[in-house]
Design a protein. Structure first.
Length: 238
């Protein structure tokens, strides 16, 4: 699994440089930025300290929707559960969830919001799951680079595991399963805005690698039944 750390419209170049240093220290190398060029500023490189290569190779996206289309699993950071989500993962729980995916997730992205206002509700709605750092204060807040460092430390074992991961068929990945369900559920008279669809897509990121393969098989069986029904319906009468 390739794990990218995404900074959405960061305001302070020093935070970008410090985030790059945190990733390098913990064995990660993918820094993505949304609508920002702060990684090119001298101030960012001042704090990078040996991780300039991460800044130099940072990927830039116009918006979070473009990131969504580039990964199998999108995880948003939030100070508290939001957007009617029932599941909110602390960093340690997030690590367990990612470890259970095996090779079914080729690329995952962990998204950090703006220093002053975080991620918008619309951006959080794009994420498969939400994560946050439990704190002992009423209005929790950490510096952006501190948050990146904490998650990079907690998830550091995944960086080593990615080096030995075997290849996995594209059709069995989590992103492919999401696409199949987005097509299949409406055919079962389950609208995307309905409660069942919301329930399915909220729990989809929680599946283990084995569960993902099982649901792929289930989708294949349902698709065959639907195709059979359509063929019988399309046959001309006697």
């Amino acid at each position: 699994m390739q794990l990218a750390f995404v900074l959405v419209e960061p305001k302070v170049p020093e935070n970008v440089g410090a985030a790059a240093r945190a990733l390098c220290t913990m064995g990660f190398g993918e820094l993505w930025l949304v609508n920002s060029d702060l990684h090119t500023r001298p101030e960012a490189h001042w704090l990078a300290h040996g991780s300039d290569h991460i800044l130099d190779s940072a990927r830039i996206f116009p918006d979070l929707a473009a990131v969504r289309n580039s990964v199998d699993l999108l995880m948003g950071t939030s100070a508290k559960p939001r957007h009617q989500r029932q599941h909110w993962h602390a960093p340690g729980q997030l690590r367990e969830a990612l470890a259970s995916k095996g090779a079914s997730v080729a690329t995952a992205a962990l998204v950090f919001g703006r220093e002053d206002r975080g991620l918008s509700n619309e951006e959080l709605a794009l994420c498969d799951l939400l994560t946050g750092i439990p704190m002992k204060v009423a209005y929790p807040s950490l510096n952006l680079a501190q948050s990146v460092m904490l998650y990079a430390w907690e998830l550091s074992g995944l960086a080593a595991a990615a080096e030995t991961q075997t290849e996995y068929a594209d059709s069995n990945r989590l992103g492919a399963l999401r696409g199949r369900l987005e097509t299949l559920l409406p055919e079962l008279n389950t609208p995307p805005e309905g409660k069942l669809s919301q329930w399915v897509f909220e729990r989809l990121p929680l599946l283990t690698e084995r569960d993902i393969g099982f649901v792929h098989t289930l989708c294949s069986n349902i698709e065959r039944v639907l195709v059979g029904r359509k063929s019988r319906t399309d046959k001309p009468g006697p």
